[in-house]
Design a protein around this ligand. Structure first.
Ligand SMILES: [Fe+2]
Ligand SMILES: [Fe+2]
Length: 272
């Protein structure tokens, strides 16, 4: 950061205390309908009437799913008028993926949650698809776990995004800090990096230990111990994704709508 030392200190002080207050408040539990949808969307034949009934039980969350679904469908010039229509157009796996991403972005001010989900979507789904492919090549036994680990590896960015957005408003005259993709700078500014914050989030939501370790160690799998294989897969996917452009991802996402079953083969809340 090219700033005067006192500006640097003020921003750092603000970011650290804001992040500490977020952590001390804890995370909201996932909306109850997420668990019901996981069961329904994993069924061999998806019962759309029941999916629609479950979605109607949480109108606000359903609106968020519809918003994200339409952001995805825009890539292929399609749109859905209802969330059930979105489930049909995306297919059960990609629709479930959108539900999960909306659940982990139920965080911070309500007005910014859709923005957070969209900010994370493209890289997250690219990582999920690539991690799944690498898991298959590496004969990792649970491809669905690799898919979810790729999808959720960067959830720790979300609290940092919330804090950084506020920092921008409060210190308008100083401009934004450019901390993305720089773990050392994240630690310096926020006191924690996105891997450490991701681990806190994953533990709060009681994700399986292999997933927690993949989130914590996805930039350096050497620390993951017995769970290092999954972290290694996500780390390799990250290397691949950082060297490729988003355009192939958009194509991959379209193919994925019809082909991938991974998320349906792994219950992410099973505690396995
Ligand atoms: Fe990361
Ligand atoms: Fe990443």
């Amino acid at each position: 950061m090219d700033r005067k030392p006192q500006e640097h200190d003020a921003i750092r002080e603000y970011c650290r205390s804001h992040l500490a207050s977020i952590i001390s408040q804890g995370l909201e539990p996932f909306p109850a309908c997420v668990f019901d949808l996981e069961v329904l969307l994993n069924a061999p034949v998806v019962d759309l009437v029941r999916v629609s009934r479950v979605l109607r039980s949480d109108v606000q969350f359903s609106h968020r799913i519809l918003h994200l679904s339409n952001a995805i469908l825009k890539q292929s010039n399609e749109s859905a008028r209802t969330v059930t229509e979105a489930a049909v157009l995306l297919g059960p796996c990609l629709f479930h993926t959108a539900v999960v991403l909306c659940a982990v972005t139920e965080f911070g001010a309500r007005s910014t949650r859709d923005q957070n989900a969209e900010a994370l979507w493209l890289h997250s789904v690219q990582m999920a698809i690539v991690s799944e492919g690498l898991a298959e090549q590496a004969e990792y036994p649970v491809r669905g776990a690799a898919y979810v680990a790729g999808l959720l590896h960067d959830i720790g960015y979300l609290p940092l995004l919330v804090v950084a957005r506020e920092q921008e408003k409060v210190f308008r005259e100083l401009g934004a800090i450019h901390w993305r993709d720089n773990i050392d700078l994240e630690r310096e500014i926020f006191g924690f990096d996105h891997c450490q914050i991701g681990r806190w989030m994953a533990k709060s939501w009681k994700f399986p230990s292999s997933l927690i370790d993949a989130v914590l160690y996805h930039h350096d799998p050497r620390g993951a111990g017995t769970n290092s294989h999954l972290a290694e897969i996500v780390c390799a996917a990250e290397c691949h994704c950082s060297s490729s452009s988003p355009e192939p991802t958009k194509q991959a996402t379209r193919v994925h709508r019809n082909s991938s079953e991974s998320l349906r083969r792994w219950n992410m809340f099973a505690g396995a």
